[in-house]
Design a protein around this ligand. Structure first.
Ligand SMILES: Cc1cc2nc3c(=O)[nH]c(=O)nc-3n(C[C@H](O)[C@H](O)[C@H](O)COP(=O)(O)O)c2cc1C
Ligand code: SF4
Length: 483
């Protein structure tokens, strides 16, 4: 994982916790309208993949207890983890690409309603992603995966026959290979093969702009049937929709190049989802305030995207930043690249050992710019901001300054799912504060059930039935709040 070279250790923002009376009259604990819905408070748990779905993508009892536990803290809204819209195997990640997933998702909705006493609104994040393969061993790559071309044969004229060409390439030193293989071949060797939205020679990639609106709309209809309050279209990080929006998207078929071209498919997806669902069903998206990669979209682009989404009628906009494959670190052979290991990944989930800016509220300046442009254009769509927010004072000052309308917290909510309720009840002193050292994120990277290191440090005895990971070492849910 990338770490800023400055290694400055930052102190958690404080500002004191409010009394129950102060919280009751605060902005953060006041209602906000999201389309036709009202959130009871402006608190928000953004999407977090916990690696608890079944291998076939179904809701499991562990998924129910994960979301039920967040619901006990009564946030205004929870966004369920990135959930795949295609009916294709994708390991223990939630899926919504077929009607068979609806009953499990309905029980998830019921769990959150019950555990929050009906206080929390529930959205599900809809994701599409392209193929990514694990980094191969060089022998496997050269003997099995590489599609031989004349440029390879020319580079090793002494080799007789394709099998000999493959062996000669396998024996070639790294620096020589760099001038023989194409950039994509080199990437497939060093990082693992990864499809791009710009691979127009592949028919299914060329057809994405026609296929995506159908898949997203069908998934949103299932989410509505399952009882969700709305969907968050995943237009952020390293996935299909963000790649279409990216300034690096140079598709020449009208779905790339200019800002208008890059926005076309995301707007068509939204239009299809909006048409397929009831007006009372909220439809918003999560996108990047800045891709934080060379040649990627910046806050100017993000402002234009926000205005376009608002004008199209989205019910909310949620901002993230970074989290891209383009600057990901090289994975070990047998592992897949992970889009949160480079500098852009750091921008997405910054840690306490930081640069001068620090991890707390790292997306705020961009959010303020985007919100100001929305206000100037008369667009009232609520803006959600997340990133290193872990205190009441931070949230309150963001809302007071008008930099956003809803303030989310991912890792702080993971560390203490009751924290919103504690603050609301004037018990901020009892909040278990996130360390921002990303133990949880490292588990996500290894595709292991995500837990918080602080849960296991708790000396609290919740009885013999605390669910643990398969190895028996880690608690699967946060300790109960003993008031
Ligand atoms: C374990 C883990 C899983 C995550 N999964 C998702 C996801 O599915 N979709 C998404 O948009 N962001 C995901 N994120 C990013 C968070 O939603 C959030 O943007 C990020 O952690 C920064 O916010 P924070 O500082 O409040 O943690 C994930 C973060 C963590 C720690
Ligand atoms: S594991 Fe660390 S970074 Fe993650 S929620 Fe817990 S304290 Fe925060």
């Amino acid at each position: 994982m990338y770490k800023p070279p400055e290694r400055i250790k930052h102190v958690h923002p404080d500002g004191g916790w409010p009394t129950a009376g102060v919280a009751a009259t605060s902005r953060w604990f006041s209602p906000v309208e999201i389309g036709a819905l009202t959130l009871r408070t402006r608190t928000w748990v953004p999407a977090m993949v916990p690696w608890r779905a079944s291998d076939e993508g179904f809701v499991t009892p562990e998924v129910l207890s994960w979301y039920g536990r967040f619901a006990q803290g009564r946030p205004g809204a929870i966004v369920v983890e990135a959930t795949g819209i295609r009916d294709v195997p994708s390991g223990p990640l939630l899926r919504i690409g077929h009607d068979r997933f609806v009953p499990g998702l309905r029980s998830l909705v019921e769990t959150v309603r019950r555990e929050s006493d009906g206080h929390t609104r529930l959205f599900v994040q809809l994701i599409d992603f392209l193929t990514i393969r694990r980094r191969p061993e060089p022998a496997t790559y050269f003997r099995r995966h590489l599609v031989l071309g004349d440029h390879h044969r020319r580079a090793v004229p002494q080799a007789q026959g394709d099998a000999a060409v493959r062996e000669a390439l396998l024996a070639m030193p790294d620096d020589e290979l760099a001038s023989v293989l194409t950039a994509r071949e080199l990437e497939s060797l060093r990082m693992g093969f990864r499809e791009r939205v710009t691979d127009l020679h592949l028919p299914h990639i060329r057809a994405l702009p026609q296929q995506l609106p159908l898949d997203f709309a069908a998934a949103a209809v299932r989410a509505q049937a399952a009882g969700f309050d709305g969907v968050e279209l995943h237009y952020a990080h390293a996935y299909t929709m963000a790649s279409l929006l990216s300034r690096r998207n140079d598709r020449d078929d009208g779905h790339g190049g200019s800002r208008e071209g890059r926005l076309r498919a995301p707007l068509e997806v939204f239009a299809a989802v909006r048409t397929a669902t009831a007006p009372s069903f909220a439809v918003g998206c999560r996108f990047l305030a800045d891709e934080c990669i060379e040649g990627g979209s910046d806050v100017d682009d993000a402002t234009a995207y926000a205005l376009a989404f608002a004008r199209a009628g989205m019910d909310f906009l949620s901002l993230s930043r970074g989290g891209k494959f383009e600057d990901a670190q090289q994975p070990k052979p047998g592992a897949a690249a992970y889009p949160y290991t480079g500098r852009s990944g750091y921008e997405c989930m910054p840690t306490v050992l930081s640069d001068a800016q620090g991890p707390f509220g790292r997306n705020l300046a961009a959010a303020a710019t985007i919100k100001a442009a929305l206000v100037a254009a008369g667009e009232r769509v609520p803006l959600v901001v997340t990133g290193g927010i872990c205190s009441f004072a931070q949230a309150e000052s963001i809302l007071a300054a008008g930099h956003a309308d809803v303030v989310g917290a991912a890792r702080q909510s993971l560390a203490d799912p009751d924290w919103f309720l504690k603050v609301e009840l004037g018990r901020g002193d009892a909040v278990r504060r996130c360390k921002f050292t990303n133990y949880c994120e490292a588990l996500d990277q290894q595709h292991k059930p995500v837990t918080c290191q602080l849960w296991d440090r708790s000396s609290q005895d919740d009885g013999p039935d605390v669910p643990m990971t398969a190895d028996g070492h880690r608690r699967l849910i946060a300790p109960r709040w003993q008031r």
